[in-house]
Design a protein around this ligand. Sequence first.
Ligand SMILES: [Zn+2]
Length: 281
Amino acid sequence: MPELPEVEITTRRLGRTLAGVEVESTLAPGMVTMKTVDPPLAAIEGRSIDGVRRIGKMPVVELADLSLLVHLMSAGRLQAYDKRASLRDRRSRLLIRLADGRELRLREFGTKQRAWAKLLRSDEVESDEMVATLGPEAWPAPPLEELASAIDQARHLHPMLRDQRVIAGIGRSWVDEILWEARLSPYKKGSELDSDEVERLHAALPVLGHALEHYEEVIGDTVPDKLPMPLRVHRRQGEPCPRCGTTLEAVHFAEHVMTYCPQEQTDGRVLKDRRLSRLLK
Ligand SMILES: [Zn+2]
């Protein structure tokens, strides 16, 4: 599940290895992956890649006045390969074949086709609805006042911080880490936070930068499918809290798990886990 630190290290590595390389040809085996038709994907053929950057959780491949905006969703990966993919690889969504023999590939794990891409004129990227509606970037952290006004909503912190329109870059893994760092309940509402709590939340955002520093140290030229995420609480339910030793608890949802320390985040209360109560029936 690539979030801000994972996408940032991906774009840094891709930018380093792909800058100046020419695109030879393109293929879109994912029939529904391209969300734009004008210009066609083939318009990047013959162009050189200027760089790869990140907006929120979205990588952007820049090719002069055209930009390929990619949304990895929960299971997409954007990677450069030394050899071209077999056309039978059912994970392939976009294949960008490079003149030096390599290939930039958008792949997706699982059976669902959710990852997508848009080829935009570079001066239209900022006004694209997926970009224009983003909240401030979570890293580097926005000024305290900007964060305070962004989260001043009567919504629970856990889903709200994952809403890219509120703050950009946080997903299901890092939200647990941030709320744990800030000692805040995932079910507390943004509008209920006092100034000390907003400050704690603000002070917790650099955990994303620390993850990125970790990736810079341990990841070489190629970003692996599964990143060595330096998570301390997410999905570690049943283990002791690294700070206070209380057993970490979790609430299971259909597609994600929310892990927290009851002692420090929910006043000692263990939140109802619907999956668990269903199993016990
Ligand atoms: Zn704890």
